[in-house]
Ligand binder design. Structure first.
Ligand code: ADP
Length: 257
């Protein structure tokens, strides 16, 4: 319990630091992005226009990093009634422009009218994070699948340190056919600042997990090097839902080994 408390405190100081830092950084980056944008339209000097485009791209990337730090730093937001169909549509809109033609994206709602409790902005942000990671894992193209299902989770499913309850859950899965991960990477996924990317923040998955924790849900990752990766978000459903139900136990392994 003491170790748990220390971990929570460390987490909170990290969130505070990230919050402060990202506000300051955003104020620096926004004018830079604007300057880059106006320079890139400079017709009289192509060299200057190219530099402008470079400044704009760096500014954009910086702001994306800041955004992921900010969503990590923000605590639980207000709960609302979310319609699964609307959530997935919003995600599709956010992803537009980021999905290259070499990637085949498929989104499937188990029931577009399904309603559950949560914060839509936060969940959108989590899913977006997972999808952007998936796209980065497929530089040569592949398939990005966002699927959903309603599953019953029994007590065996949860790890001892997870305080989620057995019951009915909405499972949203983000799957890619990209580079995959070895066990060493899988073990460190949720460590703050753990990244294997030269320009990564190592905060994306941690912020995702934090959001799902706040929703009293759980998150699982499955991966095989060279085969691809699946992230599952499990969100508790308050009311029993009619429809196709899959049972699920702790030993499930979608890669069959
Ligand atoms: P970042 O994306 O900034 O590196 P994340 O916390 O989002 O930070 O991810 C941490 C690490 O997890 C990544 O650097 C990468 O090694 C690994 N990872 C995450 N998602 C995937 C994926 N879909 N395929 C392969 N590796 C992944």
């Amino acid at each position: 319990a003491e170790a748990e408390l220390m971990r929570a405190q460390r987490f909170e100081s990290l969130a505070l630091l990230a919050g402060g830092l990202s506000h300051d950084l955003r104020n620096l980056l926004q004018p830079l992005l604007l300057a880059g944008e106006s320079l890139q339209d400079y017709k009289d000097d192509p060299r200057l226009a190219r530099l402008g485009a470079l400044v704009r791209d760096c500014g954009r990337r910086g702001l994306q990093m800041v955004q992921s730090m900010l969503s990590f730093a923000r605590g639980a937001q207000r709960a609302e009634r979310i319609k699964l169909g609307a959530l997935l549509e919003a995600l599709q809109l956010l992803l537009q422009g980021s999905v290259p033609s070499t990637v085949d994206m498929q989104i499937h709602a188990v029931d577009a009218e399904l309603i559950f409790e949560g914060n839509q902005t936060e969940l959108q942000q989590s899913l977006l994070n997972l999808c952007l990671n998936a796209l980065q894992a497929m530089p040569e193209g592949g398939r990005l699948t966002i699927d959903s299902a309603i599953v019953d989770l029994d007590a065996d499913f949860f790890a001892v340190d997870e305080d989620a309850q057995p019951g009915r859950y909405l499972r949203i899965t983000v799957a890619d056919t990209g580079v995959g991960m070895d066990q060493a990477t899988l073990d460190r996924l949720f460590e703050p600042f753990f990244t294997t990317k030269p320009d990564g923040t190592g905060l994306g998955l941690l912020s995702c997990k934090r959001i799902i924790d706040n929703h009293h849900g759980v998150m699982r990752a499955e991966s095989q090097p060279g085969q691809g990766t699946r992230f599952h978000l499990y969100l508790p459903l308050e009311q029993p839902v009619e429809g196709a139900i899959e049972g699920e136990s702790g030993t499930e392994n979608l890669y069959g080994n």
